[in-house]
Each structure stands twice: as C-alpha cells, then as structure tokens.
Design a protein around this ligand. Structure first.
Ligand code: FDA
Length: 504
C-alpha cells in the first residue's frame, strides 16, 4: 500500500498545525502540511487578495450561494449579504441543527478571518480548565513564546484616547463604568503602527476599511506571515493547498495512510491521492480533527480510538449582543474593525463575563454598541458520526446556551439600567432577538487533552498520532482562544519532538 511517503504529515494550517510544523521543521523533520483551503496571496481583478466586508464577493465564503454574515440584518433587513458563486473562499459557516460555527479556510486557518485579539487567559481559570497541565511552565515559557512568535502587540493608549476610529470603544467604556464595570485593553496581532498610518492616510486602509472576517488585505500578522513563513523558511516544510484529508488508516507496519482529495477553486475534484507517513499531526481545528477521528473510529480504520473522541465540545460561551444608544451618544461613522477593549467581569462569581467591545463599521452612524460576550457555560456538546452523509453531526441544543445568555443578560441589563438604554432587537435575523445564541467563533473541544489523548496530545490507543489544535481544550477558556491553542501546541510539540521523534 501506499502512495507517497513522508516522515511527518500535519493536517491543516491553523494555530496548532503551524506551531507543530515550525518546530518539526526546525528539528529537521521533513513535514508535509495538507490544507483544504487556498493560499491567499494572489490579487483578484480588483487588485486585492480578499474581498472586503461591505461588498463581499465569492472570495468571502467557502462554497456558498449567498454570504452568511454574523450580523445578517439591520432594522430586520438583510442588507449585509450577497448572492455569490460557490468558490473556495476564506470564511466558512458550518451549520449544524442548533449551532453554526464560523471557521477560516486557507493557509493560516482561523488567523485569516479572525479579529486578531490575542489574549492570555487568567491563570486561575486556565488551571481550572486544564488542571493536569503545569501552569507555571505555561505562563513562564509557552505563553511568552506564543505571544512573541505570533507578534502580539498593544495599542498606543494616547492614540486610542484621541482617534475617531475608537470612539465606539470609548463610548462603551464610559457606559460600562457607569455600571461599575472595568475595561481592559486587548492585545492584537494587527500591526498597530500600520493602523496609525492608515489613519494618517499614508498607506492603504484595511482595519480602517472594515476588513476582517473576509480577510485583511493589509496590517494583520496572520499565521502565513508568522509561524508558517518561518516553517517554510526551515526548508523542511511544504504545504499542499486545496487538499482535503478524507480518511486515516493505520497500516500493519504502524504507518498512517491518508486518502486526500485535491480540488480546484470551483470545487471540481482534480485528483484522489494516497499519502503515507510515520508521524501524523491533526491540526484541522475542533470541527475538522474531531470529524476525522470520529469517522476513523466509526468506519473501523482506527478501531482503537476511545469513546472520548467527539465529546467535551463547547462554543467558549460565545454570545453576541447589541445595545441602542441615545441620539446624543453616537458611536461614530469611523470604526476600526479591530477591537481594542474588553469589559472584564470574569471575577463575578454569579455570572463571569469577558465582553469584547466590537465595532460595527457600517460607514454610517448606527448608534449601536456591539459586543461579543465570552461566558462560562458548563454545558457541553457531542459529535456523532452520521453514516448517511459521512459527516460529524453536533448534538447541541439551543437550550444549552441558556446559561450563557443569562450571564450576558445580567451584565448588559446592568449597563442598560445605568445608562437608561435598551437592547437592539433587529441585528440577528428576522425575528426579535437581542442575543445571538445560535452561532460561535470559538469552537473548542471534541478531542480533549487527557481524555481522547494523553496529557501531551498523543491520541489514546495509537502511537505517533497527535492532536494539536483547539479540539484539545474542553469547550471553554474564558478569553479568545488562539493564544492558548498556540501555547499549548508549543508545549506539546516540544515534548513530542524530544521523546517520540529525536529519540526514535
Ligand atoms: P483552525 O480552525 O485555525 O485551522 C484549521 C485548518 O484546518 C483550517 O485552515 C481548515 O481549512 C483546515 N482543515 C480542516 N479540515 C481539514 C481536512 N480534512 N483536510 C485539510 N485541511 C483541513 N480567536 C482569538 O483568539 N481572537 C480573535 O479575535 C478571534 N476572532 C475570531 C473571528 C472569527 C470570524 C472566527 C471564525 C474565529 C475567531 N477566533 C478568534 C477563533 C480562532 O480563529 C480559532 O480559535 C482558531 O483559528 C482555532 O485554531 P485551530 O488551530 O484549532 O484551527
């Protein structure tokens, strides 16, 4: 059996995958990365690599006939979405029965579409979520390493205080403070100096041109510019794009045989390939890695996988909500798409919430204050394998999000009361809805550390098989997750290279 043999394969090119590939490359291990999305470096007919947020085209979405923006409506009208041709675009929305999950597709995974917010979790909460991981080592060594390699930076506070582009955040901060709530600055991988030059008019605008969820044409240090650029620089790492891994089978000699489908940008299958490797790293994200292992267990290609595969999933307590401000309190026609402040009420024992103050860069005054609340919801979902479609289905009900809505409501009720303001009910679809509880940006879990794997991401029941991404984190981390995913991957790959690769 066979196809091509490579010593190490990494599936995906998101955070966990990129860390693993860089460190394998540095250790001299020839490594092949397989990514189902495109490499985003070719300008389209308009001269830009990505289509913007205000006039999205097919580059925005992963094989959709209409864009599916999170804020689909304004005054209940579907103004933000556009009909498009199906195409290998950069943002996917995976729609399960009662929960939709946004994910990035392309070389860099979620880093291509996310808000770049780079937050190290509270140490006490990290210890609660992952009690078997040595927190001292994480906070002394791996979090600093992740922040440095991701090129995380902080906004210049004096600029923040005076620029029109962050008026929306200052308005929200003042209203939070009237309710006795504090805010904190949120670090980011967006190049803050570049943003200031955008404001000066000396460089093309990206954050200040409403770009984010469909890709930033400038300014953002996504993984293709940090970890993955360094990985390629080792000379040991190669990336194949538009290659989707379908199945994983262990062969008699212990190597792994992958079947891989290569497509073109319009979705036409160009080739079916077989690739064999000794060490296999799954970095296809919470949805992707969990589905691959679940399929392998249920179809018998990796029969020894344990019952934990598919369990422990959560949306990191994500709830979006919006408030309507008084006419005398505009949030500004100029809004940076990159958030800079969060309302921090995580130490509230009844309803811990960390709420990012999100922009609504519509180019006109909306009087809207928008938030992505991260709450502590103990509910967990489970993936099950659906034979008919050969896909993983998510068992998660809308009611399971009730604790998250309640926590967000308790915080924003206080802010509304202190400011005599109300919620906006028109932004999240056609019905009256103040809390978006049916989608998330932060899928976590499915192959939980210490349960589906050992304490370093080695998949239980198999040798040389690893999970490296957000599926290791059990459903919640209390802040935006990519710094934690990166730091945990740094910790795990260091151990694996030392014990399983260099030593063997
Ligand atoms: P990630 O999802 O990044 O990468 C997985 C990769 O694997 C993808 O490129 C995918 O195409 C590929 N893949 C999947 N299946 C495959 C298969 N079978 N074969 C080949 N390739 C496959 N977080 C944060 O910390 N700060 C923030 O500001 C934000 N903001 C934000 C906004 C939006 C719109 C989204 C969608 C998400 C965020 N996030 C965020 C979340 C963050 O982006 C997310 O947690 C990480 O990208 C997850 O990293 P992983 O390594 O787990 O996988």
């Amino acid at each position: 059996a066979g196809g091509t043999f490579v010593p190490a394969v990494v599936i995906g090119t998101g955070y966990g995958a990129a860390v693993s590939a860089l460190r394998l490359g540095e250790a001299g291990v020839p490594t092949l990365m397989l990514e189902m999305g495109q490499l985003w470096n070719q300008p389209g007919p308009d001269g830009n690599v990505y289509s913007g947020m205000l006039k999205p085209d097919k580059r925005s979405s992963w094989f959709k006939t209409r864009t599916e923006a999170p804020l689909g409506s304004f005054l209940w009208l579907d103004l933000a979405n556009r009909d498009i041709e199906p195409y290998a675009g950069v943002l996917d929305r995976v729609n399960f029965d009662q929960m939709s999950v946004y994910v990035g597709r392309g070389v860099g995974g979620g880093s291509l579409v996310n808000g770049g917010m780079a937050v190290t979790p509270r140490r006490s909460y990290f210890e609660e979520v992952l009690p078997r991981v040595d927190a001292a080592e994480m906070y002394d060594r791996y979090f600093p390493r992740a922040n440095k390699t991701l090129r995380v930076g902080n906004i210049d506070k004096s600029w923040f205080e005076q620029t029109d582009w962050y008026k929306f955040a200052r308005v929200s901060r003042e209203q939070a403070s009237k309710a006795g709530l504090g805010t904190t600055f949120v670090p980011n991988v967006y190049d803050w100096d570049y943003m200031r030059r955008e404001a000066d008019g000396s460089v093309p605008k990206s954050a200040l041109a409403a770009e984010v969820i469909y890709g930033n044409n400038h300014g953002k240090v996504s993984l293709d510019k940090s970890y993955l650029a360094s990985a390629l620089g080792t000379g040991k790492v190669t990336i194949e794009t538009l290659h989707e891994v379908k199945t994983i089978r262990q062969q008699k000699d212990g190597t792994y045989l992958l079947t891989v489908e290569q497509k073109n940008v319009d979705g036409k299958v160009l080739a079916s390939k077989e690739i064999t490797c000794k060490h296999l790293f799954l970095g296809a994200g919470s949805l992707g890695s969990t589905e691959l292992l679940l399929r392998a267990r249920e179809t018998g290609t990796l029969p020894n996988l344990n019952a934990e595969i598919g369990t422990g999933w959560g949306p990191n307590g994500n709830i979006m909500t919006a408030r309507a401000n008084h006419m005398w309190n505009p949030t500004g026609t100029k809004q940076s798409s990159i958030p800079a402040l969060g309302i921090d009420d995580w130490d509230n024992p009844d309803a811990p919430v960390f709420a990012e103050i999100a922009p609504m860069p519509a180019g006109l005054e909306t009087w809207v204050s928008l938030y992505l609340a991260i709450t502590k919801n103990p509910e967990r979902g489970t993936f099950v394998y659906d034979r008919a479609t050969d896909r993983a289905k998510l068992r998660w009900t809308r009611e399971q999000n009730a604790p998250a809505v309640a926590a967000a409501k308790s915080l924003f009720d206080r802010i509304n009361k202190a400011n005599t303001t109300i919620y906006r009910y028109d932004l999240f679809g056609k019905q009256l809805k103040a809390f978006a509880d049916d989608f998330c940006y932060h899928p976590l879990g499915g192959c939980v550390l210490g349960k589906a794997t050992d304490d370093y991401g080695r998949v239980a029941g198999y040798k040389n098989l690893y999970v490296t991404d957000g599926s290791l984190i059990p459903g919640s981390i209390g802040v935006n997750p990519f710094v934690t995913i990166t730091a945990l991957a740094e910790r795990n790959i260091e151990r694996v290279i030392k014990q399983d690769i260099t030593a063997s």
